[in-house]
Design a protein around this ligand. Structure first.
Ligand SMILES: [Zn+2]
Ligand SMILES: [Zn+2]
Length: 190
């Protein structure tokens, strides 16, 4: 049943002519899927396990497990680091042609020759891109004074308890910027 590893998310329906089920493994480069983002770089091909199941009326049910690796920037120390993302899809395709006005709808079509899940995989992966990533829960971030990466080095800035507390506690920093009076009150305490 299993085919060799392919590099595309477009499947030839000839494979299903005499069978009701077909399984594929694919290693798909991210570039053709237009998965190019400045803040999240897809650094490995998408590793995909795809199953095509023939249903009544020539409908095809498609399952896909996709995983890959992103390079994202830590929000505290701005160092890039790798993070794995996965997504699982279950999609029903009907035989026919997509009507031009409903391309945003949930209905999916294939033309009987090929079936293309590239766009569905692309959309699902975009949703998995982390928006607030830390290289580590304990990332020390950058020195608010000199910008040194405190994970790698100690700088000679005078760090009061106040400034290190603000640098490491984003809630407190948010509160301080939302309520400047609280921040200035704190600063006058010492
Ligand atoms: Zn970090
Ligand atoms: Zn410093």
């Amino acid at each position: 049943m299993k085919e060799g590893i392919s590099d595309t998310l477009v499947f030839n329906m000839k494979d299903l002519r005499h069978e009701d089920f077909k399984e594929y493994e694919a290693l798909v480069p991210s570039e053709p899927l237009d998965l190019t983002y400045e803040e999240a770089r897809f650094i490995k091909p998408l590793s995909c396990k795809v199953g095509l199941f023939r249903q009544v009326g020539d409908n095809i049910y498609v399952t896909a497990d996709v995983d890959t690796t992103l390079l994202v920037e830590c929000r505290r120390c701005i160092n890039p680091f790798e993070v794995g993302i996965t997504t699982t899809l279950g999609l029903l395709f009907s035989l026919g042609n997509e009507s031009s006005e409903s391309d945003e709808g949930d209905e999916r079509y294939y033309d009987g020759e090929t079936l293309d899940i590239s766009e569905d995989v692309r959309r699902a992966l975009v949703l998995e891109i982390p928006t607030w990533s830390l290289c580590s829960e304990t990332c020390k971030g950058l020195c608010p004074e000199c910008g040194a990466d405190l994970n790698r080095t100690e700088c000679s800035c005078e760090m009061t308890d106040e400034t290190s507390f603000h640098a490491s506690n984003s809630l407190s920093a948010q509160l301080a910027s939302a309520f400047p009076k609280i921040g200035s009150l704190k600063n006058t305490e010492k």
